[in-house]
Design a protein around this ligand. Structure first.
Ligand SMILES: NC(=O)c1ccc[n+]([C@@H]2O[C@H](COP(=O)([O-])OP(=O)(O)OC[C@H]3O[C@@H](n4cnc5c(N)ncnc54)[C@H](OP(=O)(O)O)[C@@H]3O)[C@@H](O)[C@H]2O)c1
Length: 340
C-alpha cells in the first residue's frame, strides 16, 4: 500500500485501489458495513486548524479505504466549524463519491445558548440536525447519533425524535453514544417498536479504559447492535507521541482540558512497557493498541483521530497484524492491571 501526499494537488483523484486493503465489518445485524478503522473529526478540523492539513487527512483516509467520517455539531473549535470545514472539503473533493461515504453527526452536548441547545429534547435534536446538514451542505447524513444520555428527558422523546428524523429523510440510520448497558437495552426496545434503523452505540474504549467489557458488550450482542469505539489510542497516549515527554504540538500540550498532562505522566510507565511488547510484535504502539481492540468480535470499527496524514497511514497499518498469541495478551493484561 503506497499512499502519496496529495495535499498540494488542486484536483483530487482517489486511489483506484482504495478498497483492496481495508476490511469492512457489519454493524451488528444491520446491512451496514463499516471500515475496521474510521476517522473522527473532533480535533484538527476546526477554524483554529489548518484547512489544508484537514483536507490532506481526509484525502489520505479515503485513499486508504476509510469510508466512514465521524462528526458532531460541536466539533471545532469553535462549535460547528468542523462540520463547516468538512462541507467545504466535501464539495471540493468528495461530492462525486457521496454514495461511497458513510457520514455521521451527533447532538447531545452543549451547542448554543438557552434551554434548547443541549441534551436530548426533540426540539434540540431536530434543530441541531437541520443546522448540521446546512453546515456540511448535505441532504442527509448516514447516521445521526444522540451524543449522550439525558437523565431529564424521557427516552421515548429522544428516540422518537431520532425516528422522525429518519422518516423525514434527514438520516438513514440512528445511533446512540455513551449509553451504558441498561440505557442501550431501553433505547433498543423503543426503537425496535417503531422499526427505526438503529445500528450502533459509539463508546470510549482502549487499553486504558475498559468499562464496556463489564456489561455493555453483552447488551450490544443481545440487541444486535454494532459498536464503534472512540479515543482508541487514549487521545494519543497509546502511540509514540509521549514516549519521551510532552511534545509542544501534541494534544496534551495544546488542549489540556481534554488530555491532562498529569494523566499522561501517570500512565507513562505502562506506555513504555506496552511499547516494548509492540516492538517485539514488529508494530508501533498505536498499531498494537488498535489491533488489541479489534480482537473483540463485538467491535465493528475503531474510530481514530489524527493530526497528520502520516499518523493515519501508520494507524491503518495495524491491519497487517491483528493476531495475538495468548502469551502476548497475558503480558498486556499484566501491565494494564498495574496501578498507575
Ligand atoms: N461520542 C463521543 O462522545 C466521542 C468523544 C470523543 C471522540 N469521539 C470521536 O472519536 C474520534 C477519535 O477520538 P480521539 O481523537 O480522542 O482518538 P484517538 O485516536 O485516541 O486520539 C487521536 C490523537 O492521537 C494522536 N495520534 C493518533 N495517531 C497517532 C500516531 N500514529 N502517532 C502519534 N500520535 C498519534 C493525535 O494527537 P496529536 O494531536 O497529539 O498528534 C490524534 O489527534 C473523534 O474524532 C470523534 O469523532 C467521540
Amino acid at each position: 500500500m503506497q499512499i502519496n501526499d496529495k495535499s498540494n494537488s488542486t484536483i483530487y483523484i482517489p486511489n483506484k485501489d482504495r478498497y483492496d486493503y481495508m476490511s469492512y465489518n457489519r454493524s451488528g445485524k444491520s446491512g451496514v458495513l463499516l471500515p475496521a478503522i474510521a476517522l473522527g473529526l473532533w480535533h484538527n478540523f476546526g477554524f483554529v486548524d489548518a484547512l489544508k492539513n484537514g483536507r490532506s487527512i481526509l484525502r489520505t483516509a479515503f485513499d486508504l479505504g476509510i469510508t466512514h467520517f465521524d462528526l458532531a455539531n460541536n466539533y471545532g473549535p469553535p462549535y460547528g466549524s468542523a462540520e463547516t470545514n468538512f462541507g467545504t472539503i466535501f464539495k471540493q473533493d468528495f461530492k462525486a463519491y457521496r454514495d461511497e461515504l458513510f457520514i455521521a453527526t451527533k447532538a447531545g452536548y452543549d451547542m448554543w445558548p438557552g434551554p434548547y441547545g443541549n441534551w436530548g429534547s426533540r426540539k434540540y435534536l431536530t434543530a441541531s440536525l437541520n443546522q448540521s446538514l446546512k453546515r456540511m451542505e448535505l441532504d442527509y447524513v448516514d447516521v445521526f447519533y444522540h451524543h449522550r444520555p439525558d437523565p431529564n428527558t424521557p427516552l421515548e422523546e429522544t428516540m422518537g425524535a431520532l425516528t422522525d428524523l429518519v422518516r423525514q429523510g434527514k438520516a438513514l440510520y440512528v445511533g446512540i453514544s455513551n449509553y451504558n448497558a441498561e440505557d442501550t437495552l431501553k433505547a433498543s426496545k423503543i426503537l425496535k417498536a417503531s422499526n427505526t434503523p438503529f445500528i450502533i452505540n459509539q463508546v470510549n474504549y482502549s487499553m486504558l479504559d475498559r468499562w464496556i467489557e463489564a456489561k455493555l458488550l453483552k447488551a450490544l450482542s443481545t440487541t444486535d447492535l454494532g459498536c464503534i469505539v472512540f479515543s482508541p489510542l487514549a487521545q494519543g497516549m497509546l502511540t509514540n507521541r509521549y514516549l519521551d515527554g510532552i511534545p509542544k504540538d501534541s494534544r496534551a500540550a495544546k488542549t489540556a482540558t481534554y488530555l491532562e498532562v498529569d494523566k499522561v505522566k501517570a500512565n507513562h510507565d505502562k506506555i513504555l512497557k506496552l511499547n516494548k511488547i509492540a516492538k517485539k510484535r514488529d508494530q508501533t504502539l498505536s498499531q498494537m493498541a488498535i489491533a488489541w481492540i479489534l480482537r473483540l468480535p463485538e467491535i465493528t470499527s475503531v474510530l481514530v483521530g489524527a493530526s497528520s496524514s502520516n499518523q493515519l497511514i501508520e494507524n491503518v497499518k495495524a491491519l497487517d497484524n491483528l493476531h495475538f498469541e495468548q502469551k502476548e495478551l497475558n503480558a498486556i493484561e499484566k501491565i494494564l492491571k498495574e496501578n498507575s
